[in-house]
Design a protein around this ligand. Sequence first.
Ligand SMILES: [Zn+2]
Length: 95
Amino acid sequence: MKRNPRRAYDRDGREIQPATVGSHLALGRRKIEIFCNDCRRYGNGIDVSDLPPETPIPDICLRYRCSVCGSKNLISRGDTHEHYALIDAARKGKT
Ligand SMILES: [Zn+2]
């Protein structure tokens, strides 16, 4: 069976369900970042709250091209800045 490069697999080769826009929003997150495998730059703060909830987060990069080098060899994942901002807010107690 051919593996999807944008998915993770467990030890038995079963696909692990990716995060989706819906599961991302359910965690109080709205943003993703896209990383370029070729020039190793990334863009962050991309709001995904308008996308269909079933959209897998790792597939959002298919809609993009790197604005620096033009590559389509991209990775999309949860926005790291937002991730740490939420952890920080939780630690301080919500304001
Ligand atoms: Zn690039």
